[in-house]
Design a protein around this ligand. Structure first.
Ligand SMILES: Cc1ncc(COP(=O)(O)O)c(C=O)c1O
Length: 379
């Protein structure tokens, strides 16, 4: 049997990792400014994370949601505390797409409506409604076309008002990324987010913040949309909350009523995933990683703006440790060379001119400076 070849691979195999460093099987060291796609939050092989998983595995690795798993309550308490939403409730699942599916389903159950409004440039996952909510026709199969998704231009308040005027009474939810990641580090304006919030309130629709990539403190707040001084009705999470252990979650405002069987999953909230996520939340709280992400992000962005050649760079934008470098040229070869020559991992985006930086929240200022000089050398 062979693998089903759906991924474009770099010719490198990583076999070991620590903090923001990874090593290939020949022993070469790389600086990880990509965090395995915003997944590594508290650093590779963080000791608390490793010990937590090891000791959980010695006790019990899995049992289903048909019995009490009290560590789930501890995780809910911690996520409530670290996000400042202690009156919200937590539903646990396995991935970002699954979190978004559950959020949209819950909003639809709650409102009795069918339409989901999303925006150009968005990425919400590859499963049925999540992929329809995503702005990428190339990954949409005919069976994903339910007709339940509307899309308007990102950051366009007028178009938003128009669609609500026309269809507002059928809209179950508006789903927006805290910062568009795959879309190329596009930041929603405060005005845009507040208009979504206002229109949702006016028409009885639910606001879903997709914080799968922008959440977990990466932007200097636990949830990126909260920078606009608003709260969403449902926040979706995955990636960073497990530091590499697969887990997804949604944080649900108190006005939603749970009913037995309305949501569910076999693996969601299993002992190992919860142990991993507890260690992440504890590390974030104990080490003020959210504040530090904000400081280090500002330091890194300022240095990128000062050091990179202005004739090569169109714009550097981002928040905290979610940063996009938009070049005046295609970045594909540059990203390849960053790996092979400069031994550094970075991310790409739908727009191939963009280099995405999504390092662990624990990256050091020295590693940030090092990253800037490696990119500068190549440019
Ligand atoms: C904003 C956003 N939402 C959803 C997803 C889907 O997450 P997953 O790949 O865990 O299903 C991603 C993944 O990149 C994402 O960036």
């Amino acid at each position: 049997m062979e693998l089903f070849k759906v991924y474009s691979l770099y010719d490198v195999e990583i076999v070991r990792a620590k903090g923001s460093k990874v090593w290939d099987k020949e022993g070469n060291e790389y600086l990880d400014m990509y965090g395995g796609h915003a997944v590594i939050s508290i650093g590779h092989t963080n000791p608390r994370y490793v010990n937590s998983l090891k000791s959980q595995l010695d006790n019990i690795g899995f049992y289903s949601n048909s019995v009490i798993i009290s560590s789930q309550n501890r995780l809910a308490e911690l996520i409530g505390k670290v996000s400042g939403k202690e009156d919200y409730s937590l539903f646990l699942c396995n991935s970002g797409a699954e979190a978004n599916e559950n959020a949209m389903k819950l909003a639809s159950f709650h409102t009795g409506r069918n339409l989901i409004l999303t925006f150009t440039g968005s990425f919400h996952g590859r499963t049925s409604l999540a992929v329809e909510a995503t702005d990428n026709k190339a990954i949409l199969a005919p069976c994903n076309c339910s007709g339940n998704v509307l899309q308007t231009p990102f950051n366009d308040c007028e178009a938003l008002q128009e669609i609500f005027k026309a269809k507002g009474n059928s809209i179950a939810a508006v789903m927006v990324e805290g910062i568009q990641g795959v879309g190329g580090i596009q930041i929603p304006t405060d005005d845009f987010l507040r208009t979504i919030r206002r229109l949702c309130n006016e028409y009885g629709a639910q606001m879903i913040a997709d914080e799968v990539q922008s959440g977990c403190g990466r932007t200097g707040k636990y949830y990126a949309v909260d920078h606009a001084g608003i709260s969403a009705d449902i926040y979706t999470m995955a990636k960073g909350i497990g530091n590499g252990f697969p887990i997804g979650a949604i944080s649900i405002a108190p006005h939603f009523q749970a009913k037995k069987g309305m949501l569910g999953t076999t693996f969601g909230g299993n002992h190992l995933a919860v142990a991993a996520a507890i260690s992440v939340a504890e590390e974030i709280l104990e080490n003020n990683l959210i504040e530090k992400a904000s400081e280090k992000g500002e330091f890194l962005m300022n240095m990128l703006r000062q050091e990179l050649p202005s004739n090569k760079v169109k714009e550097i934008r981002g928040r905290g440790l979610m940063i996009g470098i938009e070049l005046n040229e295609d970045s594909t070869e540059i990203r390849k060379e960053l790996i092979s020559n400069q031994r550094m991992f970075v991310g790409s985006a739908k727009n191939s001119h963009i280099i995405r930086l999504l390092p662990a929240l624990t990256i050091s200022p020295e590693e940030c400076s090092d990253a800037v000089s490696r990119i500068k050398k190549l440019l």
